[in-house]
Design a binder for this molecule. Sequence first.
Ligand SMILES: [Zn+2]
Length: 164
Amino acid sequence: MQNLKIVPIPTAVAANVRATMKAPMYGFPAHREHPAAGRAPCRHCLKLIRPQVEELILFTHDAFHGLGVEPLPGPVYIHAEFCRAFAGNGHLPEEYVGQQLRFEAFGENRARLGEKRVEGTDGDELLQELFEQPGVRYVHVRSTTAGCYLFRVERGETNGNGCS
Ligand SMILES: [Zn+2]
């Protein structure tokens, strides 16, 4: 078992969007609205935005920001109001277990090293398989229905005491 880390969008990005109602780096207007029918996962806390109760902000985000490759922006949601960044234990967050997801594994310079679809299979197990390949730096998780970026998975800290 490898230690993995689930990485949501940075808190600074979420705070910036809420404060300016513009997409960081792009300046495109962001939209605040009630979630439509269907799932609306917040890319910061990784929980679902509850229809009728909570509002979302839709904005343009580069999921590859900070990874040393050219941008590839796409639409994402966050909670319109403050929420805490996801801080889990490296397992697929419960909101995504059993969902139809696509895992895309990337190496240096966004080299695509593999892809797996999760449909009724154990997502954590598939992530482990992808990270067993040498050279995989991170995995992007997307929904297969909407195709939108959800979050990133990276290798976590290695446990040096031999007890992992
Ligand atoms: Zn949230």
